[in-house]
Design a protein around this ligand. Structure first.
Ligand SMILES: [Zn+2]
Length: 162
């Protein structure tokens, strides 16, 4: 019993960490590939707010240059935006399915943990759907690589319905 008591928090901790890692993976910003080496991804520079640096080769790119590179390619923009909107719709429908499914299961089997787990998964899927819609809007309105994420402007656009 003492051993069980010792193991329990550790198992809980590991599961929480995995869930958090999964959530960070889903919710985190999708990083752009490095234009110089095509291997690394671009991360915010710690010294220069107006630049991104490559994790692999260390090349530095001013945000202005990255914005112009993105804005030049209409075909890619249309493709990425369409793919993101599709992802958002699928995640939204999956969230609905999980919420309804876990509610039915919880009632049938009388299990509260099923409902709690189902709700958590549904919320995660909804957050993923919102992230995908945000990405689609960002790409379509060329609001990439800004010093501050334009989340406020996106929310206003979503509530206006355009
Ligand atoms: Zn690189």
């Amino acid at each position: 019993m003492a051993l069980f008591g010792k193991l329990l928090p550790r198992v809980g901790g590991a599961e929480t960490r995995t869930f958090r890692a999964a959530a960070a993976d889903v919710l985190g910003p999708r990083r752009a590939p490095c234009p110089a080496c095509d291997e690394g991804t671009l991360v915010p520079s710690t010294t220069d707010l107006g630049a991104r640096i490559c994790e692999a080769c260390g090349a530095s790119f001013p945000l202005e240059v990255l914005r112009q590179t993105i804005a030049a390619d209409d075909e890619t923009i249309a493709r990425v935006a369409a793919a993101s909107r599709r992802e958002a719709l699928i995640a939204f429908l999956a969230a609905d399915g999980v919420a309804v499914g876990s509610a039915i299961w919880a009632v049938a089997a009388g299990g509260l943990p099923t409902l709690v787990g189902g709700t958590a998964l549904a919320l995660l899927l909804l957050a993923f759907a919102a992230t995908a819609r945000y990405r689609a809007w960002q790409v379509e309105h060329r609001r990439l690589f800004e010093t501050r994420p334009p989340i406020g402007a996106w929310l206003r656009a979503e509530t206006r319905g355009d």
